[in-house]
Design a protein around this ligand. Sequence first.
Ligand code: NAP
Length: 328
Amino acid sequence: MPTKPKVFATHVLPPPVLELLSARCDVRVYSESMPLRQEQLAAVCRDQEIEGILLIGSRVSAETVRESVHLRVVSSASVGYDHIDVAACTARRVLVTTATGSLEETTADLAFALLLAVARRVVEADRFVRDGRWTHWDWELLWGSEVHHKTLGLVGFGNIGQAMARRGLGFSMRILYHARRRAADAVERELKALYVELETLLRESDFVSLHVPFTAETHHLIQARELSWMKPSAYLINTARGRVLDENALVAALKAGSIAGAGLDVFEHEPKVDPDLLTIQNVVLAPHIGSAATETRFGMVKLAALNLLAALDGKRPPNLVNPEALGA
Ligand code: NAP
């Protein structure tokens, strides 16, 4: 009988996914509660002759790729892949795949939840009630901002940006978007979305929501100048990546009142959060839980397993990031 390819999962898998993989692979699973360190991942891949990594919540550095001489595929259960050194993988002809298609709607749900929460001061209201401060009905209590019929500006208009647009339409919002390229006419028509330059989007929107990947080009795409273009009544939502936004500049804008508030799921140095953000009331903070819904997390990991199996079978996996690695 031919030997099964060796696969390493960087997190415990749901039993049906483990069964799916185990039918065709020799699966090893990292089951410690402490995050897996790079040198541990490299050592496992090197010593256990790992051919496929099912990546959940860990990084894959150039060093790990270099050490993992048997590696053929890194299958990530995420949409973003800025935690994987794709260039190093491509150079070694290691395929990199993502779980695109499994988590975008859920991430848009969270982005919209943050938008509603910060605009209508839901978290402050919850604290107010829990703290026993609700002693009488008060006309002036916890006024926020309307959401319906306002302008929603989407920076990045791919899967999640467009899912946000659909949610905005449900709230009768005007939709503006910016990306490097315009979307197809049919998409613009369906989502009633207007393409504008970034400056126009920031100047006109009541809610700005970020949906670009982290790349060299999007590093600090939003910094002091861009924040200064926003209206003092406008809110900023970030569920993309922390480093897309200059966090110091955001804190300065919030302290100066030059924007109305922010909803953040991602942070520049996460899991570290700027201590100032913890004391500012008009921000809602979440610990990178964009895709954290039970059904979604299962779908993500199952898709990652299917991508991994396709790659190990020598097939072109559906969500391939680096087709160059397939060679001629
Ligand atoms: P996507 O479908 O690839 O869309 C990305 C969008 O960003 C596209 O419209 C792209 O259009 C635009 N873009 C790329 N580079 C740009 C630039 N330099 N300037 C302006 N626009 C740019 O990705 P997605 O599925 O919507 O996901 C977006 C990001 O969300 C992911 O990369 C990931 O980092 C993050 N995310 C976070 C969570 C979470 O848990 N918080 C969950 C899922 C995803 P052009 O190429 O035309 O510019």
